[in-house]
Design a protein around this ligand. Structure first.
Ligand code: NAP
Length: 325
């Protein structure tokens, strides 16, 4: 698989990674053997970058990733911290970071975490020097090799990129979320900051497999967070109203390259955006993992395909999304 350098971490990672939120909670039941099968099929298929968080299943995802990491020290594992407490800026301090880091290191079974990301903290946190001093301290103490941020908005991303030691920015980027192309990706490229593209399939919408009759279980955020009841609504279907998303997908189906799935096409589109380091589709079973890995081998998209994505975005998605995130 093609490898790219993940910003200031200096690490080279395969362009298709794995998002491990599904292995924690919030996506319906994924039992332990299925979760380990997802992780093992990813590693066997050439994935070298896995994204998790301390809050996914309250540590379950990290512990499962830790099991696989023990056997595959070549992996780069990124976790996130900060969403197990009330979301107020004063909760982001060195003592808290050390305690959260101790727990994540134990869950992952490592002394030094490859990359820790602030997990969509309150916006003021990005402008607080003491927060970044504390993150520098974690690096000095070798608790983490590098740190980055996972952001909700482009404005937050730009503030973080201006910080000298932010190694990477994780942001929603997909065919329904084009705003990062305007300023964030160019700024990250200029600064040498890595871009981790999350929610690449718009929570599954861009796989093309849902229709008007699709329902999601009570323990699935695509049911309980449709209006942002539990966390930022942008994390569920990328913030796109489900019906609008279905309509947009219908318009994209005819431009999917022959022999490719819609999911592969959607992931390939992301990989072709200059500045992207790695894309992290989430998966609930090994077939999804293997399908997503196929995106790395797809031929470059044509001008016509790229233009069609832009047109569908401009006509259907932009009014709901562009000014919000
Ligand atoms: N705030 C944050 O920092 C934050 C927020 C969100 C996500 N993330 C990270 O980003 C990762 C990816 O985002 P995401 O998981 O939210 O959304 P996503 O990757 O856009 O969508 C994942 C869903 O797409 C479907 N899918 C995946 N591969 C498929 C395939 N090959 N064919 C058909 N369907 C497929 C599955 O849906 P079904 O379940 O319906 O099968 C899967 O649960 C997460 O796992 C997490 O690591 C971080």
């Amino acid at each position: 698989m093609e490898k790219r350098t993940l910003g200031r971490t200096g690490r080279d990672v395969g362009v298709v990674g794995l998002g491990a939120w599904q292995l924690g909670a919030d996506w319906g039941e994924v039992d332990e053997s299925d979760a380990l099968a997802v992780l093992n099929s990813a590693v066997e298929g050439g994935v070298t970058f896995i994204d998790t968080a301390d809050v996914y299943g309250d540590g379950r995802s990290e512990r499962l990733v830790g099991k696989v990491l023990k056997e595959h020290l070549e992996l780069t594992v990124a976790t996130k911290m900060g969403r197990r407490v009330e979301q107020i800026p004063s909760n982001y301090n060195l003592d808290a970071f050390r305690a959260w880091n101790d727990r994540s290191r134990e869950n992952l079974g490592v002394d030094t975490i490859d990359l820790v990301q602030l997990h969509c903290p309150p916006t003021e946190v990005y402008s607080t020097d003491a927060v970044f001093d504390a993150l520098d301290t974690l690096v000095q103490e070798r608790r983490v090799a590098a740190y980055g941020v996972s952001v909700e908005t482009c404005a937050e991303a730009l503030t973080a990129i201006a910080r000298p030691n932010v190694a990477s920015v994780q942001i929603i980027l997909n065919a329904f979320r084009l705003k990062p192309l305007d300023e964030v990706l160019p700024a990250a490229q200029r600064a040498g900051v890595g871009i981790i593209a999350r929610v690449p399939l718009a929570s599954g919408l861009l796989s093309g497999k849902y229709d008007e009759n699709t329902t999601f279980g009570p323990d699935d955020h695509r049911n309980y967070n449709r209006k942002g009841e539990a966390f930022d609504v942008g994390e569920t279907f990328s913030g796109v109203d489900f019906g609008t998303g279905l309509e947009a997908v219908k318009r994209l189906i005819p431009i999917v390259p022959e022999g490719a799935t819609m999911a592969q096409f959607a992931l390939r589109w992301i990989l072709e955006q200059p500045g992207v380091s790695v894309v992290i589709p989430g998966a609930r079973n090994p077939d999804q993992v293997r399908g997503n890995l196929g995106a790395a081998a797809l031929a470059a998209l044509t001008e016509g395909q790229l233009k069609a994505v832009q047109t569908v975005y401009d006509e259907l998605i932009r009014p709901q999304i562009h000014n919000r995130w």
